[in-house]
Design a binder for this molecule. Sequence first.
Ligand code: GLC
Ligand code: CA
Length: 535
Amino acid sequence: MISDKPWWSESVIYQIYPRSFFDSNGDGEGDLPGVTSHLEHVQALGADAIWLSPFYTSPNKDGGYDVADPRDVDPRFGNLEDARAMIVRAHQLGLRVLVDVVPNHFSDQHPWFKDAISAKPGSPERDRFHFYDAKPDGTPPNNWISLFGGPAWTQIKTADGSSQYYLHLFDSSQPDLNWENKDLASDFEETLRFWLDLGVDGFRIDVAHGLAKENILVDHHDPQGLSDALRLDAQMSAEKRGELLASVPFFDRDGVHAVYRNWRKVFDSYNRDIMAVAEAWVHPPVRAMRYVRSDELQQVFNFDLLVAPFVATYLFKCISDTLEMLSEVDAPATWALSNHDTPRVASRHGANASRALALFVMALPGSCYIYNGQELGLPDAELADSVRQDPSFFRTKGVQKGRDGARVPMPWSGDKTPFGFSSGSPWLPIPNEWSEFSVDAQHADSASTLNLYRSALKIRKNNLVGAGEIEWVDRGETGLLSFARGEFAVYLNTSSAALEIPTVGTLALGSNFEITLLNGVLTLPAASAAWVAIR
Ligand code: GLC
Ligand code: CA
């Protein structure tokens, strides 16, 4: 089916966490040559594009989201030539390339922050960050908390004996940038152009809703104490998180949009189809639509499915609300079931339900994000506290286990850890029991999760992309969700009992092998999904 929409409107975008994808030199950490050498896996899966989490120069206090030089490659990942080679290879394989841009903060090892530390209070160097004096009683300028736990302020003392606090919404090694300072816009434009000139096709914008801060000298009034409970790894219920995000004075301020209008001009100045997707956890969800207005970005992540329970009525509301809101701004939906910040879908819902949900979602209009390892059905790994690296584990003093479980390297082959990922010792241990999850093992097994994803993405590309809107049929009341789209009827059973559904057509794909369509009756076991060809 040929579509006249831009490439990103129904693309499948595969997220690569470079440190965990493939290690080419045996130091136990994935790297860019490792990505390049394994892009065929992504092509064979049927993705249209890759998005790489940061590989820039970084002390790696927050998995590279603490950037010390946004226009260079960290030696642990290789060098700029490796980045260029990776982009060239991806393009040869027909894959577009998105890279992360991290505009809310730099690393404390970025030259700007080092300059700011050695400069005086009130200096232009300090103005690029949020430096403030303590309150008269010596406490931080306000009561904001870090999303990784603890206060959002750290005090520094300088040689002349003066001291100030700086703001960091994340780790203390990630000082927030002051976007009211005029150096910011030009420096980030340089970064965007740097990567576009190297050949990338777009960006994923980290903490896109965080750039503008308001009322820094006013305490956040938080009568319910919600902010103490706020954690990045989604332990909090979606409702509670939403309530909190609706009230914090440091997210989703109107001022962020001017930044993206300028970035859009940069993208449009290139004679090719550049796109950017915003990471914006906002509430209520309709606020997200502001990021994809016609003169801003192309996509904004929808995080509802990352926290949704496996309940048909809930899923119906979240999917139908999203599609309805987006139709008003003419932007494509984005569907993500896993990423490097949340527990993996297979751990949230179990093997069957996660396969069923993925199959259902891959039939929806819009763009699908797949986090590396999701196509293998990987669960989160159980890890000993002694190997954890996530700053949220340390800042919450272990109360939150953090996100490392979802970041364990990919198993590729063989029956012993580290399953072909590295010839050395992987930076996080890969569980011994993961041989059944390896790419090689699943390639050979027609019932594997990998082959389910491959088949689904093939049918999607040939028959669903460009097929237009969905028509809902079952809205979840009996645990059944279904819709018609193009030549297919798509079903999801979230209940704990099998359902028998009168259906005309032939079974094109099912999330497991117990699904049958015989004599006009589709039998869908508990926690399963099917695509039926109806025309
Ligand atoms: C985003 C990233 C996350 C990182 C945080 C701070 O949420 O996805 O991994 O820790 O921003 O940069
Ligand atoms: Ca390596």
